[in-house]
Design a binder for this molecule. Sequence first.
Ligand SMILES: Nc1ncnc2c1ncn2[C@@H]1O[C@H](COP(=O)(O)OP(=O)(O)OP(=O)(O)O)[C@@H](O)[C@H]1O
Ligand SMILES: [Mg+2]
Ligand SMILES: [Zn+2]
Length: 512
Amino acid sequence: MLSKIKSLGLMGIDGCIVLVETDISKGLPSFDMVGLGDTAVKESKERVRAAIKNADLDFPIKRITINLAPADKKKEGSAFDLPIALGILAATEQVNIKDIENYGFLGELSLDGEIKPVKGILPMVISARENGLKSIILPLENADEAAVVNGLNILPAGSIKDVVNHLNGLKKINKYSVDIDNIFRNNISYDVDFSDVKGQETVKRALEVAASGAHNCVMIGSPGCGKTMIARRLPTILPSMTFEEALEVTKIHSIAGTLATNTSLITQRPFRAPHHTISNVSLVGGGRHPKPGEISLAHYGVLFLDELPEFNRSALEVLRQPLEDGVVTISRINATLTYPARTTLICAANPCKCGNYLDHSKECTCTPKQIGQYLSKLSGPLLDRIDLHIEVSSIQYKDLDSKKEEEKSSDVRERVNRTRKIQQERYKGMNIYSNAELSPAMIKKYCKLDVQCKNILENAFERLGLSARAHGRILKVARTIADMEECQDIKTHHLLEAIQYRSLDRKIWSGQ
Ligand SMILES: Nc1ncnc2c1ncn2[C@@H]1O[C@H](COP(=O)(O)OP(=O)(O)OP(=O)(O)O)[C@@H](O)[C@H]1O
Ligand SMILES: [Mg+2]
Ligand SMILES: [Zn+2]
């Protein structure tokens, strides 16, 4: 007997249909599996055999051949246990197959026949819907994640016995659903807030500029001045996530296995702060069993590189392309995978080895040469992708003790939303959303300067010895500052503020 059972696999961040074909024939007892499975898929045989037996069902003592189609796509993970088991039960007529082509099955089996959760449920369920499946049977623990997708029946099952009883009409599994609008509306809150940060008006202003135009930035300041604290609060002033953005972020975390149980949808912008000892693969993704890296886990959120000079140069090199393109491309023998990686990068660094160069109350013990060398390692690969350089000085005691109410993230976010909307309107149909993404040709078109501004910029270049690269960055940031004031044209004060955010182009750091 031959049976065909539908399941789902993953290609990058998207799901795809995998057909589990089971042939059972007379002959010496054997159990073979073909169709490019990895070790987890191969080990599946033992789990399936034990699960079927321990659920008081019959495991046939015959020649069993399983084919996972399409054969040219590599299959990973343990989610095929359940469909393989069902294939055997269908081929031996232990389950009713009348309606089975409308079902998809996903789940790992334990030896006693229980169904265990698997990674990547969300993209697989989306793909099930796209492929016209009416119902999907999946692990109980994955139900919340799957229920984000409407348009098909989500049927969570605890054990293989539950599935058999359902298909045979003995005991139906109830459809599972969640009120997604409710989750989305109620969950957009953060446990930190911009108002926690006392004083630091100029730093907050700079971060608002960064958030308003999606600009990458670096903060330079002495130890303890609040860099880490402030960076953690950047996601809270970024524009609110749309449902589509939330879905895409959840997909990535679903595949990476970083989604908390009972989470349907990630509604907060991610904040990822990898340690400087992180491997290149963990940073950008890939590996033998490809997984999204930190830069993709930070998709639509913030990637924070704290203590930037401690990172390996090669780590900064590998970030370069993804930061530029907004995607990570991983080449494999059978296919090329892409993971989205649109993130706002924020880095923090001490200004020099002793840390005190910008601190007026403490003495810097470094020589000018040492100061120049300290950040020089960043100059090439990464600094080229960074629009704003923000100097953070230590907070004064009187500010820390002040009773003044600081502005809340939600208020800042409202302004940021408004400024982003202006950009979205302006760049409609151009496949970009923010000033940070402007190409050189677009900069020419949208960041025009009048004569007075041109003179200011020319002077600044001579005085600060700026490179050609700084030119485009200053113009983009000036465009954002003008948009924040809802100004059509870039005015002198917009430009002057943008020039201020180029500290690291100053001679002492640029090694000139
Ligand atoms: N502006 C501020 N308002 C309120 N608290 C602050 C402020 N700045 C610093 N702090 C307090 O100081 C602590 C240290 O700040 P933080 O760790 O962010 O400094 P840092 O610049 O990252 O230092 P390092 O270079 O050592 O990593 C914070 O946890 C916070 O409690
Ligand atoms: Mg810190
Ligand atoms: Zn120093």
